[in-house]
Design a protein. Structure first.
Length: 368
């Protein structure tokens, strides 16, 4: 009989794992506490299909992104679209690394880019920039795609309250499954690593004319990135987007619940001031629309690791999500952990059979 999986969380990770497991013939039930899929961070982020350019300080993340990008485009061809002009710019004095080092890191990681001989004239205080084929994620299409595919296996408006791992199966709110995948980004079961929850505030802006995606790297910088709506952009800032660090998701949520117009106005001022250092005409091009509130789950440490990890405890897998392009690693790790467990059982305590296969010298024809 096919294995049964309960998947907790209908974000990008839960949806991808559920559709992949369905395709492999497993029985899947996906629980989402909200009424629709991609409601949490998966529906509230900068919608960038990363290629690795964001992570000059973490090799593993860069490589997962580089590989995940191509796999994403192949697997979900209709769920992202190209960004006509997508620029990563290294500011002259404020970046943690210089342009040449940045370029060498990307080259040595096998990440595709084009360098233009001249800098775009709307940029200021920039040492150099790369043009990249990074894409934008299409949220509404993704929601429709997964809702259509997972409809019969989806339990929405259901917040999972309990998991009970017993010898014969694992029980999710009383229902039995062979395995559970917690894809709640650490909100239900906390993965066994030191992590924190970061409430975030991005700002939506309307552009009065087409504008490129521009990301300033590396360090406490900012970016303006298009969305699926060609007139709508997000403005994000490394120092100003986070609203604190918390040990529990509940404390982080409380901060989001208290966000008021004074805070949003203040953040808009700070973020606009910051980006105008590099795009002086920002205020002539963009009009503030409103904030986007979300939450990140991050590993502790200043090493900038945003790759995906999976942990197993009995019949329960917990996923520490990376970026959206790294969903494939979650599925593969769960499958290889299952495979490894099955192999141990199948192989048992047998010793090597190699000796029995060695040709017996006594049976060879005698030398003439
Ligand atoms: C400000 C910001 C900008 C970002 N920008 C980008 C970007 O440009 N590109 C990129 O690739 N990534 C970006 N990210 C990261 C990206 O959003 C995450 O990697 C991704 O959304 C994680 O997906 P997930 O499915 O693990 O988590 P989520 O999308 O958070 O999904 C988890 C789901 O679990 C549900 N859930 C939780 N507890 C329970 C429970 N007990 N019972 C039932 N359901 C439950 C939640 O409701 C939620 O829907 C950004 C994140 C933020 C916050």
């Amino acid at each position: 009989m096919a294995l049964s999986f309960a998947i907790i969380g209908g974000g990008w990770y839960g949806c991808h794992i559920a559709t992949s497991f369905r395709a492999l013939g497993f029985n899947v039930t996906i629980f989402e506490q909200h009424q629709r899929l991609l409601h949490g961070s998966s529906g509230n982020n900068q919608f960038r299909l990363h290629l690795g350019f964001h992570y000059p300080r973490h090799y593993g993340t860069r490589i997962q992104s580089r590989d995940g990008f191509s796999r994403f485009v192949e697997r979900y061809p209709g769920l992202s679209s190209p960004v006509p002009q997508n620029i990563y710019a290294v500011p002259k004095n404020d970046s943690l690394i210089d342009f040449l080092t940045y370029k060498l890191i990307m080259t040595s990681s096998g990440i595709e880019f084009r360098e233009s001989p001249t800098l775009p004239d709307f940029l200021s205080n920039v040492e150099g920039c790369l043009h990249t084929p990074e894409r934008v994620l299409l949220l509404e299409k993704a929601r429709q795609y997964f809702t259509q595919r997972l409809g019969p296996f989806l339990v929405t408006d259901h917040r999972v309250e309990s998991i009970d791992d017993r010898p014969g199966g694992v029980y999710v709110d009383g229902r039995r499954f062979d395995y559970v995948v917690d894809a709640s980004w650490g909100h239900f079961i906390q993965p066994p690593i030191d992590l924190f929850f970061e409430p975030t505030l991005l700002l939506y802006y309307e552009a009065n004319a087409p504008f490129p995606a521009v990301t300033f790297v590396d360090g406490p910088l900012c970016s303006v990135y298009p969305t699926e709506d060609p007139t709508l952009f997000t403005l994000s800032s490394v120092p100003h987007t986070p609203l604190g660090r918390f040990n529990s998701a509940r404390d982080a949520r409380a901060v989001l619940d208290r966000v008021d117009t004074a805070l949003v106005t203040d953040k808009a001022r700070l973020m606009e001031e910051q980006i105008k250092r590099y795009i002086p005409a920002f205020s002539d091009t963009f009009r503030f629309v409103g904030p986007q509130l979300a939450m990140k789950t991050k590993p502790l440490g200043s090493f900038d690791d945003r790759s995906c990890y999976v942990y197993q405890n009995g019949r329960i897998f917990s996923v520490m999500s990376g970026k959206i392009d790294t969903i494939f690693f979650a599925t593969e790790r769960i499958l290889s952990m299952l495979e490894a467990a099955g192999k141990d059982e199948a192989v048992g305590k047998e010793s090597s059979s190699l000796r029995a296969e060695i040709v017996n010298v006594d049976r060879l024809p005698a030398a003439v």
